[in-house]
Design a protein around this ligand. Structure first.
Ligand SMILES: *[C@@H]1O[C@H](CO)[C@@H](O)[C@H](O)[C@H]1NC(C)=O
Ligand SMILES: *[C@@H]1O[C@H](CO)[C@@H](O)[C@H](O)[C@H]1NC(C)=O
Length: 296
């Protein structure tokens, strides 16, 4: 084949890729959207509140600390939120999760995006048979997500709305020092993949997007992980991550990997499991077991 032919073929496949990966996100589509965001006092959740606000959404945010929520809400208003409210709640409490959806109905008369982002503070430790901690992590990281989605389903069915489930590379591969966190994220994947099909079988047009997120540059991630991971692996911007989550939710994507290495881990875990483990272990500090065990 001649040089021209090769160029032709490359251009052809380039165009197909460009069409496939083209950015169809319309920022105007967010204006006026009624959005609930959990875990929004800090980190990715806080940035999500700002990204939605910049595009004129109506946001209801929650976390436990009222004072911080007040500050986030006033920034949301400054940034251009059509409306911004907060309600301090504890996601380990099932009636609080129900209260959040009732609050959305009272404030907005409905709901378009349910963004579930909160987690039990993920300080790293070896699994040591701490069953109180087990219960806490499962209540906050798993039961609250199931409960929020359950309460929100009638509202989301009405609006043909969207659910965002924030997960992690640790929801696709087992990450040491995070066994409980990992298992709660694996469980979310099982639940929401089944729930998506069940909604479809009942002809409810609600999208569910699972977000497989890598190590993001947030204060908490760095603080909780510093005994185990080098700080500089937390290099992906929380704002960029939040923007990608907003876009993936609005575009009704099924699963989003961010950044790209989150996809590599997920693909390689089944075909090269030993190598994937080695790669993961290589990012762990040599004295991690000792340091973590010494912590009270
Ligand atoms: C959960 O919250 C409700 C009010 O929303 C409160 O009455 C109840 O005591 C709380 N439960 C726990 C275990 O804290
Ligand atoms: C979902 O919404 C559709 C359209 O509004 C409605 O016909 C249907 O009854 C709803 N399904 C459930 C289970 O509420």
């Amino acid at each position: 084949m001649g040089f021209g032919g090769t160029i032709g073929i490359v251009t052809f496949f380039g165009l197909i890729l460009a069409v496939y990966f083209r950015d169809t996100f319309d920022p105007d589509s967010i204006k006026g959207k009624r959005v609930v965001i959990t875990g929004s006092s800090t980190g990715i959740g806080e940035q999500l509140a700002y990204e939605y606000s910049k595009l004129g959404a109506r946001v209801l945010i929650t976390a436990r600390r009222e004072k911080v929520l007040q500050e986030v809400v006033s920034k949301c208003k400054e940034l251009g939120a059509t409306e911004a409210f907060y309600i301090p709640l504890d996601m380990s409490n099932k009636s609080d999760t129900e209260k959040l959806i009732q609050e959305a109905e009272t404030r907005f008369g409905g709901l378009d995006h349910l963004i579930m982002n909160h987690i039990a503070s993920n300080y790293l430790q070896l699994w040591n048979g701490d069953w109180d901690r087990y219960q806490q992590v499962m209540d906050v990281n798993l039961r609250a997500y199931v409960s929020l989605a359950t309460s929100a389903t009638p509202l989301l069915n009405k609006s043909k709305g969207s659910i965002a489930v924030l997960s992690s590379v640790a929801g696709k591969i087992g990450v040491p020092f995070s066994a409980l966190y990992s298992s709660s994220k694996f469980a979310l994947s099982g639940f929401f993949n089944a729930y998506r099909l069940e909604l479809g079988l009942q002809e409810m047009d609600i999208s569910i997007t699972e977000f497989i997120i890598g190590s993001i540059d947030t204060k908490n991630a760095k603080e909780y992980s510093k005994a185990v991971f080098d700080e500089n692996i937390f290099s992906t911007s929380a704002t960029d991550t939040a923007h990608r989550i907003m876009k993936g939710t609005q575009e009704r994507e099924r699963i989003v990997y961010y950044p790209a290495y989150a996809f590599a881990y997920t693909v390689f875990r089944d075909i090269l499991p030993g190598m994937t483990d080695k790669l993961l272990l290589a990012s762990i500090k040599t004295d991690a077991v000792e340091t973590v065990s010494k912590k009270p």
